[in-house]
Ligand binder design. Structure first.
Ligand SMILES: NC(=O)c1ccc[n+]([C@@H]2O[C@H](COP(=O)([O-])OP(=O)(O)OC[C@H]3O[C@@H](n4cnc5c(N)ncnc54)[C@H](OP(=O)(O)O)[C@@H]3O)[C@@H](O)[C@H]2O)c1
Length: 239
């Protein structure tokens, strides 16, 4: 198994897509470290992962905590960044510019900062995989900030792939995935959103975290793709 003995660090690995990726990497023989900001989430996730997995608490919006985290972790082979917050969707008439700027703090600047801290510790043959979404290419009304973050991450991936080569830098572009990210929505609204999206989606179902995890595992294991984005969206971009 290509990940056997490799150290995989999943930032945001305590929930949803990150937890599924951590689980799959561990099943494929990696030594996994997960990290996120809330100790209870870290404990809960750790209890579901195989023995040998380690976990760290770090708020990735705090640059000092990011630097400390990578000093504690030592060398690694693969960095996966899936940390994210629920989206605040808003049309221009209700746009709060300060909130829009804040939205980039974790998903974009957190990712940039984590790669900066991790890069000197990534072993030869290693990789970075960031997270984008189909909203960057197929947004709806109200998705301007979310779409911009996806575009920014995909641009970052291409630039870092050049700068950090021969380390590989890629992203996964996810369609709608059923994770706790959406748990803030009232259940009825959430189910209505899922139903609307399923209607007309070529694969006819919402994605599961395990669907996305396969793409992160691929981008860690393969040896010749860099600066690229793998879409896992059930056909969203075609619908
Ligand atoms: N689910 C989807 O439909 C979908 C689609 C496209 C793209 N995405 C993107 O994929 C990524 C993962 O989403 P998900 O659905 O797996 O979300 P999720 O289940 O809510 O997981 C988010 C993770 O981020 C961590 N996190 C939040 N704030 C943090 C902070 N300040 N520092 C460190 N960690 C933090 C959370 O743990 P703590 O709360 O403990 O910190 C959690 O582990 C996000 O960037 C999301 O925008 C998701």
């Amino acid at each position: 198994m290509p990940l056997t003995g490799q150290h995989v660090v999943v930032l945001g690995g305590t929930s949803g897509i990150g937890l599924a990726t951590a689980t799959l990497a561990a099943e494929r023989g990696a030594r996994v470290t997960i990290a996120s900001s809330r100790p209870a989430n870290v404990e809960r996730a750790l209890s579901t992962l195989p023995a040998g997995t380690t976990a760290e608490v770090a708020d990735l919006t705090d640059s000092n905590q990011v630097a400390d985290l990578f000093n504690r972790l030592g060398p690694l082979d693969h960095l996966v960044y899936t940390a994210g917050e629920p989206l605040n969707l808003t049309t221009l008439d209700t746009l709060d510019l300060a909130a829009a700027r804040d939205a980039f703090t974790l998903r974009y600047f957190g990712a940039l900062d984590a790669v900066r801290a991790a890069a000197p510790k990534l072993r030869p043959g290693g990789s970075v995989t960031l997270t984008s979404g189909t909203a960057g290419l197929r947004p709806g009304p109200g998705w301007s900030i979310a779409a911009s973050m996806c575009g920014a991450i995909e641009g970052l991936v291409r630039a870092l792939a050049v700068e950090l080569a021969p380390l590989r830098v890629n992203a996964v572009r996810a369609g709608l995935i059923r994770t706790p990210l959406w748990s803030g929505l009232p259940e009825a609204d959430r189910e209505e959103m899922y139903a609307k999206i399923i209607d007309g989606l070529p694969l006819g179902r919402i994605g599961e975290p395990e669907d996305a995890a396969e793409a992160y595992a691929y981008l860690m294991e393969q040896r010749y793709a860099t600066g690229t984005v793998v879409t896992v969206d059930g056909g969203t971009l075609l619908a």
